[in-house]
Design a protein around this ligand. Structure first.
Ligand code: ADP
Ligand code: MG
Length: 262
């Protein structure tokens, strides 16, 4: 289970959650995306608009509804989503009063014996109880980092939070990768941020660079993955490469491709 987290907004968490999930599903893995952001952009971005929302993450966290009853199909084979229901905005406060408040998501997922190969969690832009629930439930955190001024600011706070969660709640937790997003090769700043990130975080920085590409944001507004929207775009190719890198780094097993018989 992997959480997409960074307490900064607008850095590419949701975009990466959607397209990485789609890329992993294209490789034959069975994938669940959990939309843990009350804004619900991952749900909308996968075509589950407000009208199509049934019970979702709130019911999972607060009402002990079974995961299997909440996972909805998407247009992409192999990819299901637990959408952000409208009550999720209240969860951050309501969780404060609950028993095992940091463990609600982990408990819900452990109860389920889910049958998914990978679960991705799209976190809200904060380090509150929702994100904490994601970190306690996950094996790894993927941190999207936007290539712009001050990109690295705030990362140290996130890394400290990951360390704290590892010590207090979840000894498995580690940084599974930092993904540089909205990389613009015409802009020196992008290169500087990338170099800085690599010198600071070394191998934790993923090799795949996600370029700034208008097709990526267009796809989202159409409720589709960038691969489904424009498979030849630089964005689609980058997210496919990212899926391969995540598979390799996390030792995920993809089904063997069927060989054509002679
Ligand atoms: P977060 O979830 O971290 O708040 P988003 O994934 O929602 O960030 O991205 C913020 C905005 O930037 C969205 O409008 C999204 O469509 C756009 N965006 C994200 N990644 C790219 C990219 N690589 N190229 C172009 N636009 C992008
Ligand atoms: Mg988001």
């Amino acid at each position: 289970m992997l959480a997409l987290a960074n307490q900064k907004g607008g850095v590419g968490k949701t975009t990466t959650a959607i397209n990485l999930a789609a890329g992993l599903a294209e490789r034959g893995l069975s994938v669940l995306l959990v939309d843990l952001d009350p804004q619900g952009n991952a749900s909308t971005g996968l075509g589950v608009g407000y009208d199509a929302r049934r019970q979702g993450t709130y019911a999972l966290l607060m009402d002990d509804v079974a995961m299997a009853d909440l996972a909805q199909d998407t247009e992409i084979p192999g990819l299901k989503i637990i959408a952000a229901d409208t009550e999720l905005a209240g969860a951050e406060l309501e969780l404060v009063m609950m028993d095992r408040r940091e463990f609600r998501l982990r408990d819900a997922i452990t109860r389920a014996a889910s049958g998914f190969d990978v679960i991705l969690i799209d976190c809200p832009p904060s380090l509150g109880l929702l994100t904490l629930n994601a970190l306690v439930a996950s094996d790894g955190v993927i941190v999207p980092l936007q290539c712009e001024f001050f990109a690295l600011e705030g990362i140290s706070q996130l890394v400290r939070t990951v360390d704290r969660v590892r010590r207090a709640f979840n000894s498995d937790l580690h940084v599974a990768g930092i993904v540089l997003t909205m990389y613009d090769r015409r802009n020196n700043l992008s290169e500087l941020v990338a170099a800085d990130a690599r010198s600071f975080f070394g191998e934790q920085v993923m090799e795949t660079l996600i370029p700034r590409n208008i097709r990526i944001s267009e796809a989202q507004s159409h409720g589709r993955s960038v691969m489904a929207y424009d498979g030849r775009s630089s964005g689609a190719m980058a997210y496919q490469a990212l899926a391969d890198e995540v598979i390799a780094r996390n030792g995920l097993k993809t089904p063997r491709k069927k060989k054509a018989r002679a």
